[in-house]
Design a protein around this ligand. Structure first.
Ligand SMILES: C[S@@+](CC[C@H](N)C(=O)[O-])C[C@H]1O[C@@H](n2cnc3c(N)ncnc32)[C@H](O)[C@@H]1O
Length: 356
């Protein structure tokens, strides 16, 4: 006999912690609750809302029988929209999907099982996109999508260590095969390396003070949790949690004082800019003439690299057209605040001498 699992106990009237939100984890059984949260602009625990979905579909213009790459499968929202169109009417479309997340990838594959062999999913960094196509026996594709950054599933799960708002291990790896996690970087980087990382990867104005505070704090005790790191940042910025909470209630949504520190660490741990550089270099070689490349970025460092690579590709005759940056509508930003900083850029592969 299967014994039903008890739901986690919580104090107060509302579950606050990720694992306690049993109605969200079983959204199908509680549709009213799911609708209520969505109306408040919340993403249900364990799900992810695809950003700029209509704009991505328009940009990539998927046709029945088309062959596409989704470099960042995540929850599979963009992938589903592409698969529906390329397999319409039983057409032999193909989507080659990549993700490094060994926890979420099998779930996304299961969610998209109805598309059968039209989906080939591989646990691979998108820097290895050429290898993915080779494995799939495809030379060039009609379109490539990269929706950069983390998924809501990663962000909301305290055990992944991405969120400054929940206490958990300071992990920050999208791919648990990576040798170094966030706690390792915080424990080993020199003070000037930490300061540079905070400045370069997250524009943190208090970079020097935070780096100094991290080095002083780790001499007392290793910084192993998200809360411990956030505490160090609060101290470095000379603001208490209570003061920040009071200020943020008055001002509506404000950015958490440690948000930039977490962003910088995450980008470093996952070598996000190195992966992006490799993808930007490879993509034009893997697109058919007229093929489309769409990239959604969420922060300045990524956005500048995408814009520069696209402009360079156009100057070299690799791209014939560039579009964007497109931003989410006010309605999308309201219904999904996590989309707020998204920018979509699109490049169209040239059909000329360097493009053919
Ligand atoms: C913003 S989410 C994508 C969401 C997806 N478009 C959807 O509709 O659900 C980004 C995903 O990309 C993955 N990712 C980030 N960097 C990656 C890389 N270099 N190679 C492969 N996957 C990566 C993350 O693990 C995460 O699942």
């Amino acid at each position: 006999m299967t014994v039903p699992r008890r739901r986690p106990r919580y104090s107060g009237t509302h579950p606050r912690r990720f694992e306690q939100r049993y109605k969200e984890h079983a959204a199908a059984a509680y549709p009213d609750h799911a609708q209520h949260l969505r109306a408040k602009g919340k993403t249900l625990a364990g799900t992810h809302l695809p950003v700029l979905l209509d704009e991505v579909v328009r940009a990539l213009a998927p046709q029945p029988g088309g062959c596409f790459v989704d470099c960042t499968l995540g929850y599979g929202g963009h992938a589903r929209a592409l698969l529906e169109r390329i397999t319409a009417g039983g057409a032999p479309g193909r989507l080659i999907a990549l993700d490094v997340d060994g926890v979420e990838l099998p779930r996304a594959i299961a969610r998209l099982a109805e598309f059968g062999p039209a989906l080939t999913a591989q646990r691979l960094r998108f820097a290895g996109i050429a290898k993915a196509l080779e494995r799939a026996g495809v030379a060039q594709v009609d379109g490539i999508l990269a929706d950069l950054g983390v998924s809501s599933m990663q962000l909301d799960d305290p055990l992944r260590g991405f969120s400054v708002k929940h206490d958990g291990p300071l992990d920050l790896r999208m791919d648990d095969r990576l040798a170094r996690n966030g706690a390792d970087l915080v424990a080993t980087l020199a003070e000037d390396e930490l300061a540079e990382l905070l400045r370069e990867l997250a524009d943190e104005p208090a970079a020097a003070a935070i780096a100094r505070a991290i080095v002083a704090a780790r001499q007392q005790a290793a910084i192993k949790t998200t809360r411990a790191l956030a505490d160090v940042v609060f101290a470095a910025k000379r603001i208490s949690r209570a003061q920040w909470r009071a200020a943020s209630v008055g001002a509506g949504r404000t950015v958490h004082p440690a948000a930039r520190t977490f962003q910088a660490l995450r980008v470093a741990v996952n070598d996000e800019l190195g992966n992006l550089a490799a993808l930007l270099k490879m993509a034009p070689l893997l697109l058919k003439p007229g093929g489309r490349f769409a990239v959604i970025s969420f922060q300045r460092g990524e956005e500048e690299r995408v814009a520069a690579a696209f402009a360079d590709g156009r100057a070299r005759g690799l791209y014939s057209e560039l579009h964007g940056p497109l931003r989410p509508t006010a309605e999308e930003r309201r219904s999904n605040p996590r989309s707020s900083s998204a920018r979509l850029r699109i490049a169209v592969r040239a059909a000329g001498p360097s493009g053919a």
